[in-house]
Write a protein that binds this ligand. Structure first.
Ligand SMILES: N=CN[C@@H](CCC(=O)O)C(=O)O
Ligand SMILES: [Zn+2]
Length: 395
């Protein structure tokens, strides 16, 4: 069965040449993009959708979320808006509430968040553990997440549980906890920050997880300058996320990881993606990550939602993209690429998703707008009209 989507006013492909086609059409077959080009040249298909001149993009690739949680921290957020500052300790509040939720409840909560993300144009989702912080709980969270998202990250090293010695906890993370989550996860992450894990502890977690065959990412440089970015580069992480406080050396180190990558053709060996999380930055009143400086230095960046109850309770990628254009100095094309192909690079799924090209997964986002710039031009408006994921229309 082939489906033709025609009369697309503006088709942003995010391919290597950054082609934007007008009066375009796309054909989906077996869950993949089978054809794209001028609407007047489109081949026949079994079914047809008229896009009415609207803009189409690749579905968002949200490469950083924490969807496995229960409980509410809106009072903490309200206190922050009244002047309190964010600290890692809030993670423990969510851990307590999440442990109290049984499998059915927790699955339902994850499902609701995934549905919200899909309804906002996201078609590929990473999510993490990190609110379990004990062996069985981390494994349970990983198992429940694995049935609902595209790829799962082990974040046992999110916070040292109260009353536990930090080095002893790191040994648990690197030993029995890693073994218990291993069947359900592809990635490992560590919160390398004051109040969470220091450089030596973070290095140990990352290297042990790499030995176990996991890809690596790091939460780094969120609350102040620190070793996160340098460590991510040292261990060859696929991404370092937050990156709010960067020295020139950090930016240079990140840029160095991209020397084997040809941006003009989107080929070669990818480096460490700098993942910027604008909704989180606003919600924690941190300076926005320096996306402009990173791009100018030659670093590939991603934009992600970081949906979690403490620092960014939203899956709205439209909002993140609009904010990146309005507040981070990115052009529309740069922001769209960061939220699609950049996210795909961060989860090393760039051959499968993140652009509209023949052979790739048919993950498509049709807007209620004639041009994608409306994402920034009409901030906060409900601009997602239809979404296809793996070729199936899910909205
Ligand atoms: N920074 C560490 N982890 C989350 C926040 C977790 C929480 O506060 O619950 C983040 O990515 O922002
Ligand atoms: Zn996070």
């Amino acid at each position: 069965m082939a489906e033709l989507i025609t009369n697309i006013g503006e088709l942003t492909t995010v391919d290597a040449e950054a082609r934007v086609l007008h009066d375009a059409a796309v054909v989906i077959e077996d869950g993949r993009i089978a054809w794209l080009g001028s609407a007047s040249a489109a081949p026949p298909a079994d079914t047809m959708v008229d896009a009415d001149g609207a803009a189409m993009l690749p579905g968002w690739v949200d490469s950083h979320t924490h969807l496995v949680f229960a409980g509410d921290r809106s009072a903490e957020f309200e206190a922050r808006m009244a002047g309190e500052s964010y600290s890692a300790g809030g993670i423990g509040v969510t851990t307590g509430a999440t442990r109290a939720a049984d499998d059915d409840n927790l699955s339902r909560l994850i499902r609701g968040r995934v549905a919200e993300a899909f309804a906002g144009g996201t078609t590929y989702l990473e999510t993490k553990t990190g609110y379990g912080l004990e062996i069985e709980e981390e494994a349970r969270h990983a198992r429940l997440a694995a049935t609902q998202v595209d790829t799962v990250t082990f974040l046992g090293a999110h916070l040292v549980p109260e009353g536990v010695d930090a080095d002893e906890y790191v040994d648990i993370v690197c030993g029995p906890m890693l073994e218990a989550v291993r069947p359900f996860v592809q990635w490992a992450d560590v919160f390398c920050e004051r109040g969470a894990f220091d450089e030596a502890q973070s290095r140990k977690v990352l290297l042990t997880c790499a030995d176990a065959g996991l890809g690596l990412r790091v939460h780094g440089n969120q609350l102040g300058e620190g070793p996160g970015v340098r460590l991510a580069v040292e261990v060859g992480a696929a991404s370092v996320d937050h990156v709010n406080h960067l020295s020139n050396d950090d930016i240079e180190a990140l840029a160095g990881t991209w020397s084997g990558w040809d941006k003009a053709t989107s080929t070669g060996s990818p480096g460490t993606v700098a993942t910027c999380l604008p909704a989180c930055d606003l919600s924690t009143r941190q300076p926005l990550a320096p996306g402009r400086r990173l791009l100018d230095a030659g670093v590939e960046i991603a934009l992600a939602s970081n949906c979690n109850p403490g620092t960014s309770y939203t899956t709205a990628m439209n909002f993140n993209v609009g904010t990146a254009v309005l507040q981070m100095g990115l052009t529309l094309a740069e922001a769209l690429r960061a939220a699609t192909f950049g996210g795909a690079l961060a989860v090393r799924a760039q051959d499968e998703v993140g652009s509209i090209e023949v052979g790739k997964r048919a993950d498509l986002h049709l807007l209620n707008a004639p041009a994608a710039i409306h994402l920034a031009y009409r901030p906060g408006m409900p601009l997602t009209r239809s979404v296809w994921r793996q070729g199936l229309r899910i909205r």
